[in-house]
Structure formats: structure tokens, C-alpha cells
Design a protein around this ligand. Structure first.
Ligand SMILES: Cc1cc2nc3c(=O)[nH]c(=O)nc-3n(C[C@H](O)[C@H](O)[C@H](O)COP(=O)(O)OP(=O)(O)OC[C@H]3O[C@@H](n4cnc5c(N)ncnc54)[C@H](O)[C@@H]3O)c2cc1C
Length: 404
């Protein structure tokens, strides 16, 4: 149970808003009575939320929103968590937390009209087509290319690690549109429909057994010329804008999170290890870590890499303690017991929760930028250290040596 924040109790308009959200949350249990966890459930919640005028709280009125500030968003999230629907956006998070705010801030009126309402209402699922086999940390080195053909863009290349691509309707993609300028200057951001003959999605299975992400092959994939976010060649600025939404979504507790400390406490009770001094020490350290993460996430001015690094460390340490408690012999398990692979839906762990959590924790240090990259950013942008030496920053990308 999340208790209402003090300032939201004192302000009558905020208190009135909380009553509105509670009334909405009370109707949700009827609506969800016959729905199982997964995309269908999330979709129902999002549609009900949007139709109740609660789906675009901080969006401008012209875009179907209510132009409310972050205090209202916080109240909404608190009440949804208390109603047991706090995870309602999971499969839709890439769209709602990252792609749609970028389109809202930088897209043309046509793009905003076409994409914002259906995305927020849960009618369309998005994926983020950034990383490539040769461009992960060095994202600006991407080689997927796009060119104009009459009223369309035509895109060819390969993306990888694309979360949710197998169920996505739309992808926000970075592609090179000019090879004769330095690498950051020749990129554009486009919106590509995923269900077309020019796109093949191949699921990649992780060590959890689940295919969370995918390879995406684009062979002359097509999209309307107007589906360009920002202007041609300004894609790096758009990319950075979207990544800042990704980081703030992580800061608010979206996406993959460390195993909560109270679950570890339960596990230590279950395995009769509460008197073990080493376990107690680890639990105390993890409790402090989770407090620090909460406090950091309340400081909007802090560099987001600090929070990301803390969360990664917490996730790794929590998983290690879980492994010691749950599997004193070894963290081995048999085969495919951790997930189902039903076609057409994102895959959820169905059994052996602890094995899943332990194996999945390694992803924390990669998704959204690796630990080393976060440290580089802190060094260069927060501490003012000199930039890493680079031989390709100012060269036309066409002349940068690379694997073919
Ligand atoms: C669960 C998960 C979900 C993901 N979802 C998506 C998604 O939806 N869309 C998407 O586009 N991508 C996604 N990714 C990809 C993710 O963004 C990349 O894995 C990440 O940016 C690292 O890129 P890479 O895997 O190519 O590793 P590389 O960049 O090849 O890095 C390999 C190693 O070298 C280190 N390294 C690289 N450069 C430097 C440097 N300059 N200084 C010091 N060390 C360095 C890295 O830290 C790392 O340890 C996802 C990844 C994961 C794990």
C-alpha cells in the first residue's frame, strides 16, 4: 500500500483528483475480473483509463490530454499501485513511456494526431529499433539506411535486442539518411509499421528461456514520407530525447527492477536463514540500497546514470543473495520450466520464479546502456573529464572503417 504524499493531501484540487482516480480504480476490478495477466489485461486497463480521461494527464489539451503536472501523474500511479494495477503498461511501456512523449515533443501535428491517442489507449504496441549488431554502445555508428522514394521512406538494415518486436505494431527506428557527414549528423528518426513484408522478426531466447527481445531484419521496408520525427538529419537529437525518457521511466520504477528486499526477507524466513550473520548483513546492505534508490529517484536534477548504476548493483546483489538462499547447492534448473512460448504474446515466467529472477538480473546492466557507458557519461558530463579519444567523430561516415 502506498500512502498518499503529504503535499497531495493538503491541496484541495489534488485531493479532488485523488477521489476521481479512486473512483476509476474501484471500477477496474469488475472490468478485469475475467482477464489474465498479459497484453489483453494491460490493453483493457489502458483503454478504460483513456476513455475515463485519465490516459494523457500530462499531455497538452490539443493532443487529447489534460495539461496536468507531475503531481497528478504521481497520484494516479500511487492509486493504481494500491488498486493492484500498477504494472498496467508493461508491454506498452516502450510506447507510452518513451516513443509517444518523443513524438509529443518533437513530432509534426500530423504525427501527433495519428499516433498519440491510439498509443496511449493501448490500441498499438511500439518497439524501439536502435541497437544493431555493430552499433550498441556506439549507437551513432549505426548502418541501417533509409532513402526517399517518392512519397515513402525505404529502410534496409538489421536491428538486434529489440524488446517486444514480435508483438509490436509500430517501431521507432534510427536510420542513416546521409553518409557524407560525420556519424551523428547523418541519422534520422522514423516510425515504421512492423506488419509488412519488408520486415522479419526473429525472437532471441535468453538464458531465462524467455524470448524478451528479437532480431529485426529490414529489407526495403516502407513507410510514409511524413512519418519522420523531427527533421531529416536531426535523428541523433531525437534519439537522445527518447533515451532521456527511457531513463526517467526507469527512475519512476518502470521496466526491469531488482528483486524487492521484502521478497528476500520472506525467502530467508522460508529457508530458516534469518539468524545467519552473513545473510543478515546482506539483507541490511540491500535494504540501505533500496532506500538510496528511492531517495535518488526523488531528486530530478541528479544525473540519471547514478540511479541506473545503483539499480544495476542492487539487482545483481539481490540476485546473488537469492541464489544463495534458494539454491544452496547451485542455481541450476532443468530446461524450459521458466516460461511459456505462446505465439502472439509476450512471454511471462510461469514457474520457478527465483531461477527466472536470478538469470534475468544480468540484463539490468545492459538494457538502457551498459555500466561502463554510464560511467563514461558520468566522467565526461558530470565530472568534466576529457572526452574519450575518437577517430571517427568528425569524418564523413562513408569513410569510417567498419566491418561489412
Ligand atoms: C534486456 C535488454 C533489452 C534491450 N532492449 C532493447 C530495445 O528494445 N531496443 C534496442 O535498440 N536495444 C535494446 N537493448 C540493447 C542494449 O541497448 C545494448 O545491449 C547496449 O546498448 C549495449 O550494446 P551491445 O550489446 O552492442 O554491447 P557493446 O556496445 O558491444 O559492448 C560490449 C562491452 O564493451 C563495453 N564498452 C563498449 N563501449 C565502451 C566504451 N566506450 N568504454 C568502455 N566500455 C565500453 C560495454 O560496456 C560492454 O561491456 C536491450 C538490451 C537488453 C539486455
Amino acid at each position: 500500500m502506498i500512502h498518499p504524499s503529504d503535499h497531495t493531501m493538503r491541496d484541495p484540487e489534488l485531493a479532488e483528483f485523488r477521489v476521481e482516480v479512486r473512483a476509476f480504480a474501484a471500477q477496474l476490478s469488475d472490468l478485469l475480473a475475467d482477464s489474465e495477466e498479459g497484453i489483453d489485461r494491460s490493453r483493457r486497463i489502458l483503454a478504460a483509463r483513456f476513455d475515463a480521461d485519465l490516459g494523457a494527464l500530462d499531455y497538452p489539451i490539443v493532443d487529447g490530454g489534460r495539461d496536468l503536472d507531475s503531481r497528478y501523474v504521481q497520484i494516479f500511479q500511487e492509486e493504481m499501485v494500491n488498486a493492484g494495477a500498477g504494472d498496467s503498461t508493461s508491454s506498452f511501456g516502450i510506447g507510452i513511456d518513451m516513443c509517444l512523449p518523443t513524438i509529443r515533443d518533437h513530432g509534426s501535428a500530423e504525427l501527433r494526431e495519428r499516433f498519440l491517442r491510439p498509443g496511449l489507449r493501448g490500441d498499438e504496441i511500439w518497439c524501439q529499433l536502435y541497437s544493431e549488431p555493430g552499433a550498441g554502445s556506439d549507437l551513432a555508428g549505426l548502418t541501417t539506411s533509409a532513402h526517399r522514394d517518392g512519397n515513402e521512406w525505404v529502410v534496409t538494415g538489421q536491428k538486434v535486442w529489440t524488446s517486444g518486436a514480435s508483438v509490436a505494431d509500430l517501431g521507432i527506428i534510427l536510420a542513416r539518411t546521409n553518409w557524407d557527414v560525420p556519424k551523428h549528423a547523418g541519422i534520422s528518426m522514423l516510425v515504421v509499421p512492423m506488419n509488412q513484408s519488408g520486415i522479419e522478426v526473429r525472437p532471441l531466447h535468453q538464458m531465462t528461456g524467455v524470448a524478451h527481445f528479437n532480431e529485426v531484419f529490414l529489407e526495403e521496408a516502407r513507410l510514409p514520407a511524413a512519418w519522420l520525427v523531427g527533421t531529416e538529419g536531426d535523428g541523433w537529437r531525437m534519439a537522445v530525447a527518447l533515451l532521456s525518457y527511457e531513463r526517467s521511466s526507469l527512475g519512476r520504477g518502470g521496466g526491469r527492477q531488482p528483486v524487492p528486499v521484502d521478497r528476500l526477507l520472506d525467502l530467508s524466513r522460508l529457508t530458516s536463514r534469518t539468524r545467519d550473520p552473513l545473510v543478515r548483513q546482506d539483507l541490511a546492505r540491500l535494504h540501505s540500497g533500496s532506500q538510496i534508490i528511492q531517495w535518488l529517484s526523488k531528486r530530478p536534477t541528479i544525473h540519471p546514470s547514478i540511479l541506473k548504476l545503483w539499480r544495476t548493483r542492487q539487482g545483481r546483489d539481490a540476485a546473488e543473495l537469492a541464489a544463495r538462499l534458494a539454491f544452496p547447492g547451485s542455481p541450476a534448473w532443468l530446461g524450459d520450466t521458466m516460461g511459456t512460448t505462446e505465439p502472439g504474446r509476450l512471454i511471462e515466467p510461469t514457474a520457478d520464479h527465483w531461477s527466472y529472477a536470478i538469470c534475468d538480473s544480468r540484463a539490468l546492466s545492459l538494457g538502457g546502456g551498459t555500466d561502463e557507458v554510464q560511467k563514461n557519461m558520468l566522467g565526461e558530463r558530470a565530472l568534466g573529464f576529457p572526452r574519450e579519444p575518437s577517430s571517427d567523430r568528425d569524418r564523413p561516415f562513408r569513410f569510417v572503417p567498419r566491418n561489412r
